[in-house]
Design a protein around this ligand. Structure first.
Ligand code: ITT
Length: 193
């Protein structure tokens, strides 16, 4: 089976490719020579995931999936959430985003947070949604150099290291993205049976 993964984020692409292995042939937007940023104009992960999938599916007339992910911090009422990529401004700069989170968390006792991923799979123009979450805490300083985005400041529950201090394999074992993609894989397998 062949599906486009509608994302311009190479880290997401690498993680998802490793998760799906050879079970599904993923076409990336780079494979299709498509380098334009994808539209994300809504206030929920679900709507943005759908928007990206519909945009690419229409463009290439092929089944595809997309995902939208947010870091939801309890003490910030769920922020940065759906605005995670551009939290500190349009430049999508991960370092600036992290510094803004630190600034806003400065006086906060409650460091609880979760990553939430919503995958939207568009099969014959019919959307199917799959959600994955991982709970954890926000650190007071950055550690680790692996991963991307907010990984250096997020410690998943039951661990003592940030995602960025784990290997790619360790993160992929337990991540929000893994949980959502596993649900999509199970759905696709059932369709094929
Ligand atoms: P596409 O829309 O092209 O898929 P994007 O980077 O804009 O790529 P999102 O809109 O989902 O993706 O942005 C979510 C942001 O949240 C992303 O840019 C990262 O900064 C952060 N993020 C997403 N997944 C993450 C992860 O697994 N670990 C750490 N940060 C993550």
């Amino acid at each position: 089976m062949k599906l486009i993964f509608a994302t311009q984020n190479q880290h997401k692409r690498d993680e998802v490719q490793a998760l799906l292995g050879n079970s599904i042939q993923i076409l990336s937007l780079a494979d299709l020579q498509f380098h334009q940023e994808l539209p994300e104009t809504h206030d929920t992960l679900e709507e943005n995931a759908l928007e990206k999938a519909v945009f690419i599916s229409n463009k290439f007339s092929m089944d595809c999936f997309s995902e939208d992910t947010g870091l939801e911090i309890a003490a910030l009422n769920g922020a940065p959430g759906v605005y995670s990529a551009r939290y500190a401004g349009e430049g999508k700069n991960p370092e600036d985003n992290i510094q803004l989170v630190f600034q806003q968390m400065n006086e906060k006792e409650n460091r609880s947070a979760q990553f939430r991923t919503v995958v939207c799979l568009l099969l014959k123009n019919e959307p199917h949604f799959f959600e994955g979450m991982v709970a954890g805490t926000i650190t007071k300083e950055q550690t680790g150099v692996s991963g991307f985005g907010y990984d250096p400041i997020f410690i998943p529950e039951g661990y003592d290291r940030t995602f960025a201090a784990m290997t790619k394999e360790e993160k992929n074992e337990i991540s929000h993205r893994r949980r959502a993609i596993d649900k999509m894989s199970a759905f696709l397998k059932k369709q094929a049976d």
